[in-house]
Design a protein around this ligand. Sequence first.
Ligand SMILES: *Cc1c(COP(=O)(O)O)cnc(C)c1O
Length: 237
Amino acid sequence: MSTIAAHLDDVLSRIANATAQAGRPTGSVHLLAVSKTFGPDAVREAAAAGQRAFGENYVQESLEKMAVLARETVDGEPLEWHFIGPLQSNKTRPVAEHFAWVHSVDRLKIAERLSAQRPAGMPALQVCLQVNISGEASKSGVPPEDVPAVARAIAALPNLRLRGLMAIPEPQTDPARQRAPFRAVRELFDALRADGLALDTLSMGMSGDLEAAIAEGATMVRIGTAIFGARDYGPRA
Ligand SMILES: *Cc1c(COP(=O)(O)O)cnc(C)c1O
């Protein structure tokens, strides 16, 4: 078994254990493999081990990878690409044209551009609204108090389907402290659903805190390091 396949196995076990521990149904938490900074060969290895959904942060890098991997399939289906990085308004067009999902919608203007630029004939672009849960000025995301209004406006756009919320809490190594921000996001999510929005996705949890996120209701965890290893940002950083 390749290293990536073995790591993928470990991550799937962590997800299954955390799901069971939380008393949630088997299979209710999906894995997004975050392949940013890793090349097509690493993605191919993960795909050969059965992983189909991949998360990317940088537009140019992801377009090159998608082109190389255009014919790659898992169970007869093409790979599914999720954009999870900060998105500037002048970069929305290639994202609208090439991705299946965007997790990092952090203002209405970005959602409006994605909807307008989604090509006719493609299925609706699946999106999550990113919530700024830790309140740091440096982190993107909509402040919690603005989430209901922005979510309603996005849900009304024609070529998007609002699936739920995404958050990246400030890193905490103490598991007891990891849960509070995830709980806050889930409470926002529950309130939106109670208010009539048909949402099914809570995108939260990374390599270091997936158990806490699953305990608080995550339905999709975004895992990079635990699958592909440490990232080398090279000249970009
Ligand atoms: C890089 C990244 C991840 C993966 O983080 P790891 O700690 O490597 O698992 C998840 N979500 C987002 C938005 C990221 O940018």
